[in-house]
Ligand binder design. Sequence first.
Ligand code: GAP
Length: 441
Amino acid sequence: MNKTIEKIVSLCKQRGFVYQSSDIYGGFGAVYDYGPLGVELKNNIANAWWKEMTRNHENIVGLDSGILMHPKIWEASGHVGEFHDPLVDCKHCGARYRADELADDIDNTDWENMKCPKCGTTGKMTSPRQFNLMFKTQVGPLEESGSTAYLRPETAQGIYVNYQLVQGSTRMKIPFGIAQIGKAFRNEIIARNFIFRTREFEQMEMQYFTQPGKDDNALIEWKQKRLDFYDDVLGISPEKLRFHQHGDNELAHYAKEAWDIEYNFPFGWSEVEGIHNRTDFDLKNHEEFSGKNLKYFDQENNERYLPYIIETSAGLNRMLLAVLSDSYWEDTENNRTVMKFDPKIAPTKAVICPLVKKDGLPEKARSIIEVLKPHFNVLYDQQGSIGKRYYRQDEAGTPFGITVDHQTIDDGTVTIRYRDTQKQDRYSVENILKIIQDSLL
Ligand code: GAP
């Protein structure tokens, strides 16, 4: 594993961002749990996305559909037939690879004479075999035919099969969008790079229904809006973001055109979000498999058609990893590690510290907490020296440190210490709420 990622993994465990699943049993492959700080950070990112999509767009509404759905949905969507990864094994050392990660053109690669990247043996690789990524489960007590169900590998299908109900309830006119955040599951052959590729993860997807012919422009518009989100809302450095367009050999079975937003992770440029033109592929197949008419009636143009769909599909956990990677800062001058989260998404906005545990300072600090806590997540800390307390919060990414000292009792002022610069200013207690609120705009 890359050195910086190793350090981030270690900090995440120590500080309570992310833990390996089932740790006391030796871990469970490619599943992670989110600790007290991790869940706050994840919720803040998800809420920022939700607000951006739904509150900032009058024509986008939300949905929360089930993880389990009618199994025919996955036949119609093409996932039963097409959602495979090609898999090769080394018969000598047992290492397993995704074939497309070893060779660009897997159909014209001589696998028999390939060298295993792990053990170096030549001539022991199997030919690629197709491996379906969906997790199967069973509904009801009996394992009989017809009881098979799948854990959804994408949240998108829940939106497609509900789109007419949503349109009927809201009376929205095309173009309109439906947004959803939820878990998705994929039986990944090779999971690696911490929470980058896992078997259980969360997606934040928005499906935008357009008139056919207006799809190309909608894609251009959404590409830009989605890129802006990373910089404006998450505070990610723009030079670490770029687009990658899918070539013909990369396009998913449903896509006419696809772009990835990539982030320059410590292990290299990798996808965080996909923006896809899915045409009427999904709705057409659902019409065929369900036998229901899924056409939209366009009153303005007096015509019926299957809308074309532009999808924006982000992985919440990957976005969180991009935020962690972008925020991680070793301040060697001051011998400290800092998570420079944008205050908008920082798990804890401020720590309130009484300088000493006596003279009425703890009570005063607690009274400040009472004012702040209805508005955002704050923390009380009276353990250890003030310097140590600040450094602990630097690793947690808390942007403001508020210290109550003896002067506070005399004149009602406190010091605010800024995480990144470590500068301190004195303010009246009454101003603190506004100062923090302003940083969250
Ligand atoms: N509905 C379209 C779709 O699912 P995708 O490119 O397969 O498209 C979209 O996935 C996003 O979901 C990816 O950009 C990534 O952020 C996230 N994602 C996909 N597989 C993942 C995995 N195994 N672990 C974590 N995130 C994953």
